[in-house]
Design a protein around this ligand. Structure first.
Ligand SMILES: [Zn+2]
Length: 613
């Protein structure tokens, strides 16, 4: 560490208040200056393994599907647009290079090659989780073949509707190929891809109104997402040490969005939902790299404003837009749209921002928010099919059903494999004094505390069951802290025991519970969370439109909905059997059955019930 950098970090440590400034991660380039190191860091992908269960199945499905996709088909739009030989089949849907795109009727060939980088990213992360050489080799082959299509003064972006959008995803894929799949030429390809797109980018991040005000040949030209670019530019800077990426990141920070958010001004209404939540992650990178706390405030205020207009599932953004608060518009959406929450993309963006904020603040409520979105949205998404048929919107309409998206290979087919590869690293975090347990998922985390190898295995059927067990395997006894998230909804009967002995100190919901002791091989911790049933109104203007919640789970009414339901009847619901997902309750006009989103198949369902005052 040279003198000027030490000085830089010292100054920014003061600016960052309580933040601890530590050495930068081993993988980062030594030339990189990072202002703030969050007190919590993520584990390596290989250090957290999901064990058998529905989330592991989702990860395995996506890994297998993308591992077997035709490589010529994936590369075809890039080769075609550069006038190169382009063998192999078309992918179909949004991905193709063709000239029949005509919104809103026809979205074929909407954004040629748009998700290539996300599939690359999902595979690179899946390799890092599993160590599968077939996966690593596929990533390397794809990067080599992609690099061949990137020409100086190339033609790929000529007449391209959303250059920043596709470049941003390509950038992420190449960074991940370098970082997680050790692809030697990925950073070189990244720089060349950056040079290829720069002539097609505006001078700064543009909002959609600004894009509409500029000359454009198609409405799709006004949907580009330049405001999400800084996150990956900052990551490229940290990967490569090339300060030109930091300069680009700074150039595309959308000050007109973040400055008012940092001041607590709600500028979300009307904005495109997913991309503006995704932009919060750019604010977090700006905070971490530049050290300006304004960006931390912008991201945390922004997420709070999103949560204030979220459905009981944790999903947000009916028709992909934020609504005006205080007007009962979330309730109104239940009767007007089936496009209630853009699920794989929205959940991916939600996981990213809650991971950043949890790492910086150690506030367990970001974990509560993450698990609510996990179990009520993405865990119930139907699998992507081999032909690109994908789950896109969760439907919270009063007459709702799970459906596939009209178009093949949409945006949500890109974020889904990235998100499922991230389940492990979202579950646990490292601190200087131990580890944080954030999600209750069957899994195993391995790490070294000082020089002691430690393993923690979590066994659970949460959230159907309200218990989870942790078993420790240690080379030798070691003193460290295990911080366990106690969700804010947890009831007073929540219990924890260590080696069968009840923990007598207070257990405070909405906090991480610190278990500091000398841990030894064979130690066991059991957590039993009281999950009282509660009702959540859709918005303040409609207090009698409620969803039944049990812990993190929203329970959806299925089958015939009785005409008359009272609050006390909903709150009297009970599980059908101990092992059943279904809950039932008696109403005056028959039995009401309720089911979590992940257990719903093709049957109709209803999230919100109208109850009598
Ligand atoms: Zn999407």
């Amino acid at each position: 560490m040279n003198v000027s950098r030490r000085k830089f970090m010292k100054t920014s440590a003061v600016a960052a208040g309580a933040m601890t400034v530590r050495s930068i991660p081993a993988w980062a380039n030594s030339a990189v200056q990072v202002a703030v190191m969050a007190p919590l860091s993520v584990f390596e992908y290989s250090e957290v393994q999901l064990l058998d269960g529905p989330l592991r199945h989702q990860f395995d499905h996506n890994h297998d599907l993308f591992l077997h996709l035709d490589e010529d088909a994936l590369l075809k739009p890039f080769r075609q647009r550069e006038g190169m030989p382009a063998p192999g089949p078309d992918m179909g849907g949004w991905y193709d290079n063709a000239d029949d795109f005509s919104p809103p009727e026809n979205f074929h060939a909407f954004i040629p090659g748009h998700t290539f980088g996300q599939y690359l990213s999902g595979l690179a992360r899946a390799y890092a989780v599993t160590g599968s050489t077939a996966t690593q080799e596929k990533v390397h082959r794809l990067v080599w073949a992609f690099a061949e299509t990137v020409k100086p003064s190339g033609k790929f972006y000529v007449g391209y509707h959303l250059p920043a959008y596709t470049y941003d995803k390509t950038s992420c894929g190449l960074i991940d190929a370098h970082q997680f799949a050790k692809c030697p030429n990925a950073l070189d390809a990244h720089w060349r891809a950056t040079q290829a797109v720069l002539p097609y980018l505006p001078e700064k991040a543009l909002s959609r109104p600004e894009q509409r005000a500029r000359r454009h040949s198609s409405v799709a030209d006004t949907w580009d997402e330049t405001y999400t670019l800084p996150e990956n530019f900052f990551l490229a800077y940290q990967r490569s040490g090339d300060s030109r990426y930091r300069d680009l990141a700074t150039r595309f920070i959308e000050k007109e969005y973040f400055d008012p958010l940092a001041e607590g001004q709600n500028v979300l209404p009307g904005e495109h939902a997913y991309s503006h939540v995704n932009a919060f992650s750019s604010a977090m990178q700006a905070y971490l790299v530049l050290g300006d706390e304004k960006y931390l405030r912008a991201a945390s205020n922004g997420l709070r404003m999103v949560q204030e207009q979220s459905y009981a599932t944790g999903g947000w953004g009916p028709d992909e837009a934020f609504v005006e608060p205080g007007k009962g518009l979330l309730d109104a959406s239940l009767g007007t749209t089936h496009a209630s929450f853009e699920t794989p993309c929205g959940a991916y963006g939600h996981f990213k921002i809650t991971r950043y904020l949890l790492r910086v603040t150690r506030d367990s409520r970001y974990g509560d928010s993450m698990e609510r979105v996990l179990y009520n949205t993405i865990a119930g998404a139907t699998p992507i099919l081999a032909d690109g048929t994908s789950f896109y919107y969760s439907d919270y309409n009063n007459s709702a059903r799970k459906v596939h998206h009209r178009d093949k290979w949409p945006c949500c087919s890109g974020t889904f494999p990235q998100l499922t590869a991230d389940y492990g690293i979202s579950s646990y975090y490292k601190s200087q004094d131990g580890i944080y347990v954030n999600l209750f998922i069957p899994s195993r985390v391995s790490w070294s505390h000082n020089d002691t190898r430690c393993k923690l295995t979590q066994t659970t059927e949460y959230p159907r069951a309200n218990t989870t067990q942790f078993a420790f395997a240690l080379e030798r006894p070691a003193n460290f802290a295990v911080y366990v998230r106690i969700p804010a909804w947890a009831g007073a009967k929540t219990l924890l025991s260590i080696n069968g002995r009840r923990w007598d100190n207070p257990i405070e919901p909405g906090k991480f519970l610190a278990l500091q002791r000398t841990w030894k091989d064979g130690d066991r911790v059991e957590l039993e969370l009281e999950m009282p049933l509660r009702l959540e109104a859709v918005d303040d203007q409609n207090p009698n439109t409620v969803a039944l919640m049990r812990g993190p789970l929203a329970l959806f009414a299925v089958g015939e909905t009785p005409t008359r339901i009272t609050r006390s009847q909903l709150l009297a619901a009970a599980p059908v059997t101990q092992s059943s997902h279904d809950w039932t309750t008696q109403t005056d006009s028959g039995v009401l059955t309720l089911r979590p989103f992940a257990a719903i198949m093709s049957e109709g369902y209803r999230l919100y019930q109208r109850v009598e005052a």
